[in-house]
Structures are given as C-alpha cells and as structure tokens.
Design a binder for this molecule. Structure first.
Ligand SMILES: Nc1ncnc2c1ncn2[C@@H]1O[C@H](COP(=O)(O)OP(=O)(O)OP(=O)(O)O)[C@@H](O)[C@H]1O
Length: 586
C-alpha cells in the first residue's frame, strides 16, 4: 500500500486532517446513497401511479438535502486536503532546514547542495500530493465498497456480492503494473535529472561556448539527450495510459455486470423497480474510489521515492555534541598536529600536517596549485573535518567549538567572495549589523571605494546578483570592506588578491598588511612576493609541509621555496621589462 511508518510518525498532526477528509468523503457517499434511493422511490411511485403529495414532497426535500450535504462535504474534504498538504510542506521543509543547520558548514561532506534543493522543493511537493490525495483516497476506497455492499445487500444480496467481488480486481491490476512501473520510473528520473544538469551547465557556460563556437556541437548533444528523454516520457505515458485503460475496463465492466444482474433480478421479480434502479445508479460508485486511487498511484510512487531520499538526509548522523568550549579570547594560538585529511576517503589531500598560527602573527601558506592550501583554510573554518590529528584553538579542541563561535572569531575572505543582490549598505551590514554609517564609510575609504560610491548612490548603490554590475576589483574590495567590519580576532585570506587589477590588488594587500599589525592573519597565496614580510611561512608540496621559516631563512635553504621564488622573480622581471619596452615604443 506504499506507506512509510517514519513518515506517518513524523507527520502525526496530519492524521486528523486525513481522518477528517475520509469522514467527509464517507458522509458525502451516504448523502449520495440517500439521494439515489429518494430518486428511485420517486420513480417507483410514478411507475405504480400512486401519487401522494406528502410522500413526493418528502422525497424531493430529502434529495435536495442530500445534494446540499454533498456540496458541503466536497468543500470540507478539499479544505482538509489543503490543510494536510500545507502541514506536510511546512513540517518536511522545516525538518530538512533544521537538519542542515545541525549538520552545519560541513553539510556538503554528506550531501550535495543540488540534491538538497531537489529534495526540499520537488521531493516535498510530491509528498504533499501523497498526503493530500493518495492516503485519504486509499482508506476511502476501502470504506466505500463495504458501505455500498452493506446498503445494497438489503436490496438484493446477489448483485451486491458480485459487485463487491469485482472491486479487488483493480488493486490486482495496479500491483501488476507496479513492478514494471518502478523500473521505468527510476530510469525516467535518471534521464530527467541528467538532462536538467546538462541544460543548466550549458546555460551557465553559454558565453564560453559562444567564444569557442562550441555551442552548435553542444546543441546537438542536448538534442540527442532531449530525444532520449522524449522517448522515455512517451513510454511512461503509454504505461500510465495502459494501466488506466485496464482499470477502466475492470471498473466499468464490473459496473455493467452489476447492472445486468440487477436487471435479471428485476425480471425474475426478486427486486422491485426502486431497488433495481438504486443498484444500477450505485453500481459505478463501487469502483470509482478504487479507480481514482489508481490515478493517484503514480504520484504516490514518486512520493515514496522522494521520501526515501528525504529520510536518507534526515537520518545522517550529526557530529557528537561534546562539551562546548569557547574560542579563547586572549593568547589564542591555533595549533595543528599530525593532521590527515581526505575528501573521498581514498586520496589523501593532507598528510601529517603540523603548524602553529600564534596570536597576532602574520602567517602564510604558500605552495604550488593543488598542494592543499585551501583545504587547510576549509578545515580551519569548520567546513571540513580532519580524519586524524589534533587541531586546537588555545587549549580548546576544534570539534568542541560551536560553529557560530568559530564564525564570530574567524573571518574568511576567498578570491571570489559572494555579494548579494541589494544595496551596498545591506551587504556591509552582513559583516556587522550594528555598524554605523560612519564606520561603513571608513572601511569604504580604506578600500578606496568611497569615491566611486559617492558618485553613484552612496550606501544605497544597488548591486545585482553576486555584484555582477561591479568590476572584479570593486567586488573584491567591497568584500574586504565587509570583512573589515566583521572585526574578528582572526582573518584568513585565501588568494584574496588574485585575478584582479594591479591597483585593487595593491589596495587589498596594503589593508591586509595593516590588519596584520593588530589581528591574527593567515594568508594563503601562490604569489611569494605578497608574503615576504610574513612572520612565518609554510611551504606546501603534495599535501605535506615541505619547508617552513621566514622569507630569508627559506631562501637560505635553497629548496622548494627558493626555486619558486626564483621562477616568480624571473617572470615578474620579464613582465616589468616588457612594460618598460612598451612605454618606450609608445
Ligand atoms: N571539494 C573537493 N572534493 C574533492 N576533492 C577536492 C575538493 N576540493 C579540493 N579537492 C582536491 O584537493 C586537492 C587540494 O586542493 P586545494 O584547493 O586545497 O589546493 P590549493 O593548494 O589551494 O590549490 P590552488 O592554489 O590551485 O587553489 C586538489 O587535488 C583538489 O583536486
């Protein structure tokens, strides 16, 4: 019958709406029975020529009352359905949201963002139909034939028994289709999500595709995929239509059989005209609820598949709640000993890493691309957790520090900080919601953004999604202004001055250096000249710390750092001489 105990338990509050829905549908059925018996009795009266005013008046009033009851029951049942689906949506989305909050920044270690969004939006919508329509219909389709059987058994037992026997043929037909449908639907969903993924990717990369004139080839690929999807959609529709045809055959065939038998019984004199008419008019009612259940069946199957995925998320184990420990306010040195880390459980990204970031120091992590520098930042921000080793802030183990506490104490600025659609003021207030206007202008001044913004609408200048109406350099300077307002004791800059114009890069570097005089700063960069003045430099190579020391010591070691330094200096000197040459030529 497709029911998940966990789901029913979680949505206990919905039981009353489902029960109310079933009850109202059942009362509506009783009203329908009353209506049909009144009409049949009226016709019997006409047939017999016995025409008593008080009787036909009473019959007409009963019929009208029955219609009125049906009307109110139909409205009530629709309302119950709405209330239960509203509650399902709210409860499930709240539970998913709370779970994500409990999993914290590291939720992506367990589930992808795309899957989470799909579950919270589409998955929940499917379950809403399951609760609002399928479940009440399931119980009603069991109750209705029994009620009709009991009623019609008083009129003619044989017809009632035959009608009742035919009803289970519909669920039998549904069960027959189920095995085939399950496989087909899972294939259908696979192709649907893959087509969606490719469509989104191509749309996001459309400019690149145009630049390399690769859009035509991608278009062909998409067409092929869309054709495959069309074919499988047709298969699903054919399967659904076929199963509906089978159910219709059973439903209307059964009703026809019931009608035939009631006519024979009438001919044989075993039932009067009113009784035969009541059986004829009510025969279809035996099958309609079950037939309706069959239509909801495919939605329910999708709902069940969605609930499996939702429970997989809700049942993810959260990190054990250890005794909470605050990030030390004074004398805090972040220290790591023998850290090992892997993203996928196979490839080791960090191998036996040990480092110290003393309070008030300017520490740097450098190294070639892919050596694991950003992974260190990610671990320090609590986005990922190490599998081995100890990581401490003062005497406090990292896994005992609450996430909000960590976010308050450490500010992270990456090379591509996110800016939100809205005003500059709104974006700045995210860094510190109590910041005054003067404080905001002060950080904008420091980041040399105030001139540009004053020429626009000042703090009310609007940003589009991810600040795409600002230049790369302006975006990054605004992100740094927001970070400065956050005013935390520790700052991590991960390639924060990369990929922007030289002027913005210089402004950002100057601010980082000045911040390093009063705060603890960790700077991750591939450009060694940016961290020449750092107190301590860690040089990463293939997930290990290959060398460490201050700039002069590292140059003296004539190792990885010295080689990198030399290569970068050669490149920078070459760049400078090309620029000089250009100036002379011009
Ligand atoms: N989310 C992730 N899932 C799986 N592997 C990842 C993930 N992020 C990074 N990696 C892998 O971990 C390794 C280290 O990546 P990391 O970003 O830490 O290097 P990096 O030194 O900061 O490089 P770069 O200077 O190019 O930014 C890389 O080989 C990368 O492929």
């Amino acid at each position: 019958m497709m029911m998940d105990k966990r789901l029913i338990h979680m949505l206990k509050a919905d039981k009353k709406y489902i029960a109310g829905n079933i009850l109202l549908q059942w009362i509506s059925l009783l009203a329908n029975i009353t209506f049909i018996f009144s009409v049949a009795a009226f016709l019997q009266m006409l047939y017999e020529g016995e025409f008593r005013t008080e009787v036909w008046l009473r019959l007409i009033i009963t019929a009208v009352e029955a219609v009125a009851v049906r009307f109110f029951c139909a409205r009530g049942s629709a309302k119950m359905s709405y209330l239960s689906s509203k509650n399902v949506r709210k409860t499930l989305r709240q539970n998913i949201y709370r779970k994500l909050l409990k999993l914290g920044m590291s939720y992506q270690e367990k589930v992808s963002s795309a899957e989470t969004v799909q579950m919270a939006v589409e998955g929940v919508d499917q379950l809403e139909t399951y609760f609002g329509a399928y479940l009440p219909q399931f119980f009603y389709s069991l109750l209705a034939p029994v009620t009709l059987f009991v009623t019609l058994a008083f009129v003619n037992v044989r017809s009632a028994v035959i009608l009742l026997i035919c009803v289970p043929l519909i669920p039998a037909a549904i069960a027959g289709v189920q095995t085939f449908a399950k496989k087909l639907l899972s294939k259908y969903w696979g192709q649907y999500t893959s087509l969606g993924d490719h469509f989104l990717e191509n749309l996001q990369g459309l400019t690149t595709l145009k630049i390399y004139q690769a859009d035509e080839a991608r278009n062909q690929e998409m067409n092929q995929e869309a054709e495959k999807f069309r074919k499988i959609t047709m298969k699903v529709l054919t399967m659904q239509l076929n199963s509906i045809t089978i159910m219709d055959l059973v439903a209307y065939g059964g009703a026809a059989l019931g009608i035939l038998i009631s006519v024979r019984q009438f001919q044989a004199g075993n039932v009067n005209l009113a009784g035969a008419l009541a059986i004829i008019l009510l025969a279809a009612e035996f099958f309609i609820p079950m037939r309706q259940l069959g239509s909801f069946f495919h939605i329910a199957m999708n709902g069940m598949a969605a609930s499996d995925r939702i429970f997989k998320l809700l049942e993810i184990k959260e990190a054990e709640q250890k005794e909470v420990c605050d990030f030390p306010k004074k004398g805090c040195c972040i220290s790591a000993r023998h850290l090992y880390f892997t993203y996928d459980g196979e490839r080791e990204i960090l191998k036996d890493i040990s480092f110290d970031i003393p309070e008030g120091s300017f520490t740097a992590v450098v190294g070639e691309s892919g050596s694991g520098k950003s992974t260190i930042a990610s671990i320090l921000m609590g986005r990922n957790h190490v599998q081995q080793g100890t990581l401490k802030a003062g005497d406090c183990n990292y896994d005992r520090i609450r996430e909000e506490e960590l976010m308050k104490q450490i500010t992270y600025v990456g090379h591509n900080s996110y800016l939100f659609r809205g005003t500059v003021r709104e974006n700045l207030l995210m860094g510190n919601h109590q910041a005054s206007q003067e404080e905001m202008w002060e950080v904008l001044d420091r980041m040399r953004l105030s001139g540009f913004l004053r020429a626009e609408q000042g703090l009310d200048t609007m940003l589009t999604e991810n600040g795409s109406n600002f230049s790369g350099g302006q975006r990054q300077r605004l992100a740094l202004a927001r970070a400065l307002l956050h005013n935390s004791p520790v700052y991590i800059f991960d390639e924060a001055s990369s990929n922007i114009d030289a002027e913005s890069e210089d402004d950002i570097l100057q601010q980082i250096y000045s911040l390093a005089r009063t705060k603890t700063v960790l700077m991750i960069t591939h450009r060694l000249s940016n961290v020449k003045n750092a107190d301590w430099i860690y040089v990463m190579q293939k997930g290990k710390i290959a060398e460490q020391g201050c700039h002069e010591q590292l140059l003296g070691q004539n190792g990885v750092y010295a080689d990198l330094w030399e290569t970068q200096q050669d490149l920078e000197n070459y760049g400078r001489s090309v620029q000089q040459w250009k100036k002379e030529v011009v």
